[in-house]
Ligand binder design. Structure first.
Ligand code: GLC
Ligand code: CA
Length: 569
């Protein structure tokens, strides 16, 4: 396939739904599949054409569904298989594609395979998971390696029954599947086929970077003070996984007109992204990476009153590296956040100036090259939750870390909560704010999780009623991306940054048959830039009514974001 070959998923506008918090249709306090059906028109009006639905499979919910106990059943909390069929049908009728989260790396410990696997060393399912003997050091039994888990502690869990450890890079209720075992690969391929035959349009391949394992188990030599080393390279982006994906593509993906987007953490590089999703050699359509998530100080802050500072130069470098690194070689998604990150408004935006900063962030990202993925609530500028005590959290990774850092290592509880509040995944998992009624229009009963205290101001109803809102700005961006005059440029055109050294302004050109320039001021103060070589034909979009067209001396006000159709002089 050529890079420029037209495909529906290259032109799509994606929207991620964290099902549990999106919309509750039957008033049990939990978001569900029929809740999504109620909101299809809302999504369509926003300009969305592709839904990514987080896991809805049967699950004990240790990690809210990323711990699957049966891939062929919808968890009763979320609905039924018929609800899913109806959702797919209705979405398709409205012109929306549906992709689902495919949890490949692990299952729940309550999955039948694991229940069998842990019974004995010669159980037929033993090899479905990764088992290893511990080591005896100074008379004490310790883990097979010193590798950390993403959710705190070791990536190994001891199982008394057979006196071996099993690998679990997330929680202990999420044992890792052994992809080296062909039976596992075939079973997962069968799962994929089941959902594809039901009519879905593809997958978001969860934690796909980790399915390839090293054969040799040896300690990481990483220098760190932690007991277990956060050396993600030990189980991320290893060459063998590309063979597994190739086989998957040959047997399954290639038989359908679908898209696949892999989640690629573990410090992947653009050249690795090309191995996953390359036009020639790739097995997936595109992959998410996380590099743009770290360009500010939220990971260091320790007190809620401290100021969040954006490092724009660094962010621009990251954008440049990935946009230019993949263009023409692989397709890519663009996104600000997902259900594992803090809220965009509290991260790169300014909750005191929601419309201006939120619309600026939209323009900064979504005129770039790649398939946009919005995360629920981003379009209304939802903010982080003011967590106070450990009981306010739901996320298993926070609970695990709390056990280790506060309970075992006696770190101050306040300090722990203050720090983790800035970055916790739970920020993105609060209830979606639909309106200003008692339960934010999510449900008629108390929801399973928190509602942000600002929901009476920050909600969909208000965004739809206001003349100016982030939501309306997002709509305009997506309208432009789909406009046949601009689509060839905005979807397939080249990307080039200008003003690279400017620490306050992000400016970039997209070019094909037309040239489109986006210039945004990332900060809450006025600034001037001097742009030579271009003449403005017209303003395509601005978050101010009276933006200047004098590029040679362009004044940008607080968070001003302008997209111009230009001609080269
Ligand atoms: C991915 C998901 C995350 C989940 C993990 C384990 O990173 O996005 O939410 O906890 O995989 O499945
Ligand atoms: Ca429900």
């Amino acid at each position: 396939m050529s890079f420029y070959e037209k495909k529906w998923w290259k032109e799509a506008i994606g929207y991620e739904i964290y099902l549990k918090s999106f919309k509750d249709s039957n008033n049990d306090g939990i978001g569900d599949l029929n809740g999504i059906r109620e909101k299809l028109d809302y999504l369509k009006d926003l300009g969305v054409t592709l839904l990514w639905i987080c896991p809805f499979y049967k699950s004990p919910m240790d990690d809210n569904g990323y711990d699957v106990s049966d891939y062929f059943t919808v968890d009763p909390a979320f609905g039924t298989l018929d609800d899913m069929k109806n959702l797919i049908k209705e979405a398709h009728q409205k012109g929306l594609k549906v992709i689902i989260d495919f949890v490949l790396n692990q299952t729940s410990d309550e999955h039948q395979w694991f229940i069998e696997s842990r019974k004995s060393k010669n159980n037929p399912y033993r090899d479905y998971y990764i088992w290893a003997d511990g080591r005896v050091v100074d008379g004490k039994l310790i883990e097979p390696t010193n590798w950390a888990s993403f959710f705190g502690g070791s990536c190994w869990e001891y199982d008394k029954q057979t006196e071996q450890f099993y690998m679990k890079i997330f929680s202990k209720k999420m044992p890792d599947l052994n992809w080296a075992n062909k039976e596992v690969r075939l079973a997962m391929q069968e799962t994929a086929r089941f959902w594809l035959d039901l009519g879905i349009d593809g997958f978001r391949a969860d934690a796909v970077a980790h399915i390839g394992r090293r054969k040799r188990l040896s300690d990481s030599t990483m220098k760190s003070t932690e007991k277990y080393k956060p050396d993600w390279r030990m189980f991320s982006n290893l060459p063998v996984l590309f063979d597994y994906l190739k086989e998957f593509k040959e047997n399954v993906f290639s038989k359908y007109d679908i898209m696949t987007v892999g989640e690629v953490g573990g410090g992947a590089t653009p050249s690795e992204a090309i191995r996953y999703a390359g036009v020639k050699e790739g097995s997936l359509s595109m992959v998410f990476n996380f590099d743009h998530c770290w360009s500010n100080n939220v990971w260091q802050l320790t007190d809620p009153h401290q100021e969040v500072k954006v490092d724009l130069i660094n962010l621009k470098k990251v954008f440049d590296k990935w946009q230019r690194g993949q263009y023409e070689k692989a397709w890519a998604p663009i996104y600000w956040l997902n259900h594992d990150q803090p809220r965009l408004m509290s991260h790169y935006g300014n909750p005191k100036k929601p419309y201006l900063s939120g619309s600026m962030l939209g323009s900064a990202l979504y005129f770039m090259w790649g398939t946009p993925f919005i995360y629920q609530g981003e379009e209304i500028g939802m903010t982080n939750y003011p967590f106070k005590t450990i009981a306010d959290f739901n996320d298993i990774s926070v609970k695990n870390l709390y056990q280790i850092e506060v309970v075992q290592n006696k770190r101050s509880q306040t300090e722990f909560i203050n720090k983790i509040s800035f970055t916790s995944r739970d920020n993105a998992r609060t209830i979606m704010n639909w309106d200003d009624s008692k339960y934010a229009g999510f449900s008629n009963v108390e929801p399973w999780f928190k509602i942000t205290p600002d929901y009476r101001e920050v909600n969909v109803k208000k965004a739809l009623e206001s003349e100016k809102s982030i939501l309306k700005h997002y709509r305009k961006i997506f309208r432009l991306r789909k406009d046949k005059n601009y689509l060839p440029t905005l979807v397939y055109g080249t990307y080039k940054q200008i003003l690279k050294q400017n620490p306050h302004v992000y400016a970039y050109l997209r070019e094909a048959d037309k040239t489109i320039l986006t210039v945004v001021n990332f900060f809450d103060f006025e600034t001037l830039v001097y742009l030579r070589g271009y003449r403005v034909v017209k303003i395509l979009l601005s978050n101010y009514d009276d933006s200047s067209t004098v590029l040679t001396k362009l004044k940008l006000r607080s968070y001003e974001a302008v997209t111009y159709l230009v001609e080269k002089r």
